[in-house]
Design a protein around this ligand. Structure first.
Ligand code: ADP
Length: 152
């Protein structure tokens, strides 16, 4: 069974992430969305909220699982027996950043990173931009799936 880990902060899940996940499902038997927990980072949404947004958005898709993890992504992959990491590439800056991480991961493990180019229609979306729109009371609903709603 081919399983891929899709790691990230998902603060919050965006339509860009959803595009990568939906396309990942056609390539792998299982996509494990792994929310990284970094105690030094300040998040807009709690871990529970971020997890719930993803679970609700993919409730109809049995091939998608959501987990949380701490520590190195490759260590977590080895722990749960996953051979692939899935990442999305939006632009050259993403490529440079992801290249260094993928090479490092490859030197630390046998795990292969598989990249998907983002859909043109969602390639401009970043969680940081969504957070800015939310903070400034803009209409963020066009950038995220229906499961992502700000309640307070
Ligand atoms: P991180 O904190 O690791 O940057 P993110 O939650 O922002 O985590 O992103 C996780 C993954 O989703 C990364 O591979 C990133 O490139 C990808 N991604 C982020 N935004 C988009 C988008 N708009 N389209 C496609 N992929 C995206």
């Amino acid at each position: 069974m081919k399983r891929a880990l899709f790691p990230g902060s998902f603060d919050p899940l965006t339509l860009g992430h959803c595009d990568i996940i939906k396309r990942g499902v056609t390539l792998f038997d299982e996509i494990i969305i792994a929310i990284g927990v970094n105690s030094d980072k300040k998040y807009m949404f709690s871990l529970d909220e971020r997890k719930k947004f993803i679970e609700e958005a993919f409730a109809h898709e049995p091939k998608v699982k959501v987990v949380t993890y701490k520590g190195l992504t490759v260590d977590f992959c080895n722990e749960i027996g996953v051979d692939f990491i899935l990442r999305g590439l939006r632009n050259p800056a993403d490529f440079e950043f992801e290249k260094a991480i993928a090479h490092t991961n490859r030197s630390l493990s046998e795990i292969e990173t598989v990249f998907l180019l983002t859909a043109a229609s969602t390639s401009y979306i970043a969680s940081s931009i969504v957070r800015d729109v939310i903070r400034n009371n803009g209409d963020y609903t066009k950038l995220v799936p229906d499961s992502v709603r700000v309640t307070n």
